[in-house]
Design a protein around this ligand. Structure first.
Ligand code: HEM
Length: 503
């Protein structure tokens, strides 16, 4: 345990009695209060508050939030120490009571502590649900869903369209379709999914006494009320997912299709999980926890990325024009849509998406990590069971790593000193998907979704702000995922895609 002495100095000794080497804890801001510790310093925008504190106290800093010690990581170098050099120590997750109820004792991937159960689920997800091959096999489904979304926009062309709602529905429907195939639309299930996913985000985002004051929580009335609410939500999820699994299990012919490992077919995640049940010894609860993870992790994140990308494009007309030229030049002029095979040469599109993720990482503090044993990082002692918050948002706007860090300049990924920097987990100044053992396994799924949709939005329409609007409000709302406060309303003007060459 950490001793919070006068200077928050817990010193441990190494070596023989004669040669004692003292190692101190990372610096800690003054002003910690009894009981709540540094909680009051976090405010409504913790990513900003933590960045400002780090400027004064260092890139590795220790904060006590309630009763829990938190290591705050605020530079590329410190992030590399935690997610590469000592990744094996920091690859666990802290206990989250809400996640434990929702995901039945953390049988999922995202909230599970490091260990055999997590390793198994993670292997299953990366090898069978989110592999590159599997992502490619959803190409038709993606095109279908993009086509539907584009048709909806056409229906409202030249009027003000709620693009936030449209992009959210698109993202939601695509993940639902990947998980449960054509069943997701039946009986209005996509609406039910939408409601339950929204409720998940709300409970996972909330402040929960038990996570900061574990001992107090057992006597806390509010904790019991919240737990009751989460249990009800969990029951609704389980009813829905049980129905879906049963419907799939009854279609034995579909299952035999997968046993043949015919991955090019669009087989949904439930089909795959059923076919792997024996090999992985999967229980129903595990299957449901993994499915819920896909909804929780896959919907908001992709939607937020598309919404910010479109917002930045509208605010930066020269970037929009350059991207539009690239997308229209690289799409054969007899096509009504951009197909995935056309995306290969669209370097600027990829740079625009990178720049969006740099300025607006949807998960600004990543998911919390936790140390499993005592460890020395950068000369500081980090005790076992320390929660770790990586301020990816601050790091990807850090002027020590980025020129004109606050500006939207996709070109920085094509020429200059930051060319070639990628988000795949080896450039620690840019980790919107995390890095190391806990890196997001949905990266390729997300990219395929965002690239295809964005290319089509830009190809099929010219975009304008509603009359009377000069700019878009960029206020963020902080949470596990951070999104724009205001909805994005835009006016789409259809582009005559068959006359690209003449133009
Ligand atoms: C632009 C979209 C996305 C972003 C920015 C994103 C970002 C992240 C981040 C930051 C983490 C935590 C990494 C860490 O702990 O260090 C994560 C974890 C995870 N993501 Fe994503 N994600 C996205 C899309 C998706 C999609 C589409 C899926 C699945 C369909 C997905 C599934 C997961 C899962 C299962 C985890 C937990 C991994 C683990 O704990 O081992 N993500 N993601």
């Amino acid at each position: 345990a950490i001793s919070w002495g006068k200077q928050q100095q817990s010193r441990i000794s190494h070596g023989s009695k004669k040669k004692k080497k003292l190692i101190s804890l990372p610096p800690s801001p003054p002003g910690g209060l009894p009981i709540i510790g540094h909680l009051h310093l976090m405010g409504a925008q913790p990513h900003l508050a933590l960045r400002d504190l780090a400027k004064k106290h260092g890139d590795l800093m220790l904060l006590r939030l309630g009763a829990v010690p938190n290591l705050i990581v605020s530079s590329a170098c410190a992030a590399e120490a935690v997610m590469r050099t000592h990744d094996h120590v920091f690859a666990s997750r802290p206990r989250s009571t809400v996640a434990e109820i929702l995901f039945k004792s953390s049988m999922d991937v995202g909230f599970a502590p490091y260990g055999e159960q997590w390793r198994q689920s993670r292997k299953l997800v990366t090898a069978h649900l989110l592999s590159m091959k599997k992502v490619r096999s959803f190409g038709h489904a993606r095109h279908d869903e993009v086509r539907l979304a584009i048709a909806r926009i056409h229906d409202h062309a030249r009027t003000v369209v709620d693009m936030s709602d449209l992009l959210y529905s698109f993202s939601n429907d695509l993940v639902c379709r990947a998980v449960s195939g054509k069943f997701f639309m039946e009986e209005g299930r996509n609406q039910l999914f939408r409601e339950l996913i929204g409720m998940n985000t709300a409970v996972l985002d909330g402040f929960h006494v038990q996570d900061y004051f574990p001992r107090l929580a057992q006597f806390d009335f509010l904790t019991r009320v919240v737990s009751g609410k989460v249990k009800k939500l969990q029951e609704r999820w389980h009813q829905l997912l049980d129905n879906l699994i049963d419907a799939h299990a009854n279609k034995s012919s579909r299952r035999s299709l997968i046993v043949e490992e015919n991955d090019d077919q669009e087989t949904d995640f439930i089909d795959v999980l059923l076919s792997l049940q024996q090999e992985y010894g999967l229980t129903r609860d595990q299957m449901k926890a993994i499915m819920m993870d896909m909804f929780a992790a896959g919907t908001d994140t992709s939607y937020i990325t598309m919404e910010y990308a479109l917002t930045e494009l509208v605010r930066n007309p020269h970037v929009m024009a350059k991207l539009q030229a690239e997308v229209r030049r690289n799409t054969p002029n007899n096509q009504e849509m951009v197909m995935e095979e056309n995306l290969g040469n669209m370097t600027y599109l990829k740079a625009v998406i990178k720049e969006t993720l740099r300025l607006h990482p949807p998960v600004p503090l990543l998911l919390p990590h936790q140390s499993m044993v005592d460890c020395t990082v950068d000369g500081y002692m980090i005790p076992a069971q320390t929660r770790v918050i990586i301020n990816a948002w601050a790091i990807s706007r850090d002027p020590r790593s980025w020129d004109r860090a606050e500006e939207f300049i996709p070109e920085r990924f094509i020429t200059g000193s930051t060319v070639g920097i990628d988000f795949k987990g080896s450039d620690f100044q840019f980790t919107p998907f995390g890095a190391g053992r806990r890196i997001c396994p949905g990266l390729n799924f997300a990219l395929a979704t965002v690239e295809t949709m964005l290319a089509n939005l830009i190809y099929c329409f010219d975009w304008e702000l509603p009359t009377g609007k000069e700019d878009v409000d960029m206020t963020d709302v902080f949470g596990v995922t951070m999104h724009r406060k205001e909805k994005l309303f835009l006016v789409p003007k259809p582009f005559d895609v068959y006359h690209v060459l003449e133009n």
